[in-house]
Design a protein around this ligand. Sequence first.
Ligand code: SF4
Ligand code: SF4
Length: 93
Amino acid sequence: MAHVVTEPCVNCKYTDCVVVCPMECFYGDDRQLYIDPDDCIDCGACVPECPVEAIFLDAEVPDRWAGYVQLNADRATVLKPGGARVTEKQPRA
Ligand code: SF4
Ligand code: SF4
């Protein structure tokens, strides 16, 4: 189990979510943020911080965004070695 960032996150750079994560498991690229499922402890702290409700428990991701479960895992794997971890709120581009 892990939490997953979905479609509404695309182009959001508010990143309110990352500040509260005790595991620092958010990664980002030009598109959106992703949660590393290996590090997420399902504390749920990030969910109410996201103003567009982009974050769900994997088992509760809406069907239309089901592909984001694998996408988060895949992108976190790719981004992790490159140091794309996001732990501080970013200025909105
Ligand atoms: S606050 Fe929500 S939309 Fe913004 S970066 Fe975090 S998960 Fe994405
Ligand atoms: S559920 Fe908790 S551990 Fe997982 S990404 Fe959100 S704040 Fe981090």
